[in-house]
Design a protein around this ligand. Structure first.
Ligand code: PEP
Ligand code: MG
Length: 549
């Protein structure tokens, strides 16, 4: 028997199922007997203990998990919720019941909003369970203890559980709920644990049943045959060997080099990326340095940040992007006007051009860092629409002393005009996140249209192909720096379409490196041809998978 879900990553695991214990029983509706003020005081103490515990878990886990747990800790201290709890206690409920009802009402609200917000409802439910457990003086329900490794099966996992998973014991995660943007998925990706989310029937699995959890296909095989186990074990061994092998540069099976670069948002992330074999940086998102600033950063402060980054990559390529402010990343000193559709507004290069002083300062700081270090600095502009904007940016960059200047392909018009862009650009880097958003007219922040946000769509792939073809004709590089480069099979397709480098979140480097090594350039092109001929995103993936090598 096989259960289907949505796989996260490329991992595979074999092992016995262990289910998450059931949630605490719902608090009863008996009226409160204790004094209201005392009862409320107890709840406040429990809330602050839970908040402190979540913060401490965040500190211990670090990274992305810390952000998620900090957000949960804030939920436990949300004044709207505590006011609601108080009102319910005043109304005659016990503290436990009041917490249960107030959090459930808030969860319903989030679920009603759909998409990303609905997936946060799980996080809130987990906070409620922790508070009720604290009030009862019992341990909060969590990941089961075990001396031997297991596949963890749960309705959904709370961030507090996923963040501190014992990676020696939990072989894989299988959840009934959750989509590709749930925290289970995000954290599993960052910890490289194979995960399959949205598996109908997952909770019918019985403890001890052996399963093969294959994230690459999203399939959970129940009671696998000896052959199925052997095949999974071979794949596990291959991945382990690839991860343990000395880090090699990215290359196809025929030796064709495909440099594997890292997407970074702060100089401090450089060391981790290098450890995972990043050959340089393909996208440094400078706006992340200044998200909280109310005024434009000075040339001096920027020079020191960029110098710190470049010093970590002596002799290596580092692609830095000019400030990409707007939509989900507003910078008050660049975008101060209200816009109905900020994703279609004055953002990226458009905003920088209006405030050219800020752009000049940034490029000046980058040129100073370039002069002070041995890294090979490339600088690019975000959200560029055509050849005129390209020429504007490249000319300004050169005037201010930058050696290599290019643009990102995120707006479909730029890809449509690909052949004109290389007249001035030294290189193009494809931002597949925005290119997909704009090609498919699907807001990347909106869960309800997440299905359209798929870079496998042949419309997106065809635009990448025209950029790849134009780059080849001009003899200039075309890199990929959107999330698409982190999908191993899609990475092969992108190379087949003409991508010369791939840049991604460092956690994805090993899987992409391994997948590339399985195909020659001719085979990658065969996969690409099959994918662009498909009519849907799913069809393109299936067509690429069907090409046997
Ligand atoms: C992209 O759009 O693909 C990209 C890499 O830029 P960001 O995700 O920062 O918008
Ligand atoms: Mg972008």
């Amino acid at each position: 028997m096989a259960l289907q879900g949505v796989g996260v990553g490329r991992g595979v695991a074999v092992g016995p199922v262990k289910k998450m214990p059931d949630p605490l029983p719902e608090p009863g509706t008996d009226p409160r007997t204790a004094d209201a003020a005392l009862e409320y005081d107890g709840v406040l103490k429990a809330l602050s203990a839970v908040a402190a515990d979540l913060t401490a878990r965040g500190e211990k886990a670090g990274g992305e998990a810390k952000d998620v747990l900090d957000a949960q800790s804030l939920m436990a201290q949300d004044p709207t919720l505590t006011d609601d709890v108080k009102a319910r206690i005043d109304d005659g409920r016990t503290g436990e019941r009041a917490v249960h009802e107030a959090f459930a009402a808030f969860q319903d609200l989030l679920i009603g909003m759909g998409g990303y917000m609905a997936e946060r409802a799980t996080d809130l439910g987990d906070v409620a369970q922790r508070v009720i457990a604290a009030l009862r003086g019992v341990p909060a329900p969590g990941v089961p203890e075990s001396d031997t490794p297991f596949v963890l099966v749960a309705p959904d996992l709370a961030p507090a559980d996923t963040a501190l998973l014992d990676l020696d014991k939990v072989l894989a995660l299988v959840t009934r709920d959750g989509g590709p943007t749930s925290h289970t998925a995000i954290l599993a990706r960052s910890k490289s644990i194979p995960a399959i989310v949205g598996v109908t029937g997952a909770l019918d699995l019985v403890d001890g049943t052996v399963v093969v959890a294959d994230a690459a296909s999203g399939v959970v095989t129940v009671d696998p045959s000896p052959d199925e186990v052997a095949e999974a074990e071979k794949r596990i061994a291959d991945r382990a060997a690839a991860a343990a092998a000395p880090l090699t540069d990215g290359a196809l099976a025929d030796g064709h080099a495909v440099p594997l670069l890292a997407n970074l948002g702060a100089p401090a992330e450089a060391a981790g990326a290098i450890e995972l074999g990043a050959e340089g940086v393909g996208l440094f998102r400078t706006e992340f340095l200044f998200l909280g600033n109310s005024s434009a950063p000075t040339v001096e402060s920027q020079t020191s940040s960029y110098t710190a980054l470049l010093e970590a990559f002596p002799g290596k390529k580092v692609v830095v992007r000019a400030l990409d402010a707007g939509a989900d990343k507003p910078l008050s000193f660049l975008n101060d006007a209200h816009e109905e559709n900020p994703a279609l507004g004055l953002r990226g290069l458009r905003a920088l051009r209006v405030k050219e002083d800020i752009l000049r300062d940034q490029l000046t700081a980058l040129a100073a860092a370039q002069a002070a270090t041995t890294a090979d600095l490339w600088v690019m502009a975000p959200m560029v629409s055509d050849a005129e904007e390209t020429e504007y940016f490249v000319t300004l960059g050169r005037e201010l002393g930058l050696k290599t200047v290019g643009v990102m392909a995120e707006v479909p018009s730029l890809a449509v005009l690909a052949d004109q862009i290389f007249a001035s650009a030294d290189f193009v880097s494809v931002g597949t996140n925005d290119l997909t958003q704009y090609t498919m007219a699907a807001d990347r922040m909106l869960g309800s249209v997440a299905a359209y946000q798929d870079p496998w769509h042949p419309a997106v792939l065809r635009l990448v192909k025209s950029l790849g073809d134009a780059g080849a004709a001009a003899g200039k590089p075309v890199g990929i720096c959107g999330e698409a480069a982190a999908d191993p099979l899609l990475a092969v397709v992108l190379v087949g379409l003409g991508a010369t480098t791939l840049s991604m979140t460092p956690a994805a480097l090993a899987d992409v490196r391994l997948e590339l090594s399985r195909y020659t350039l001719d085979q990658a092109r065969e996969l690409a041809t099959a994918a662009v001929a498909a009519t849907t995103a799913a069809g393109a993936r299936a067509a690429a998978e069907a090409v046997t090598v």
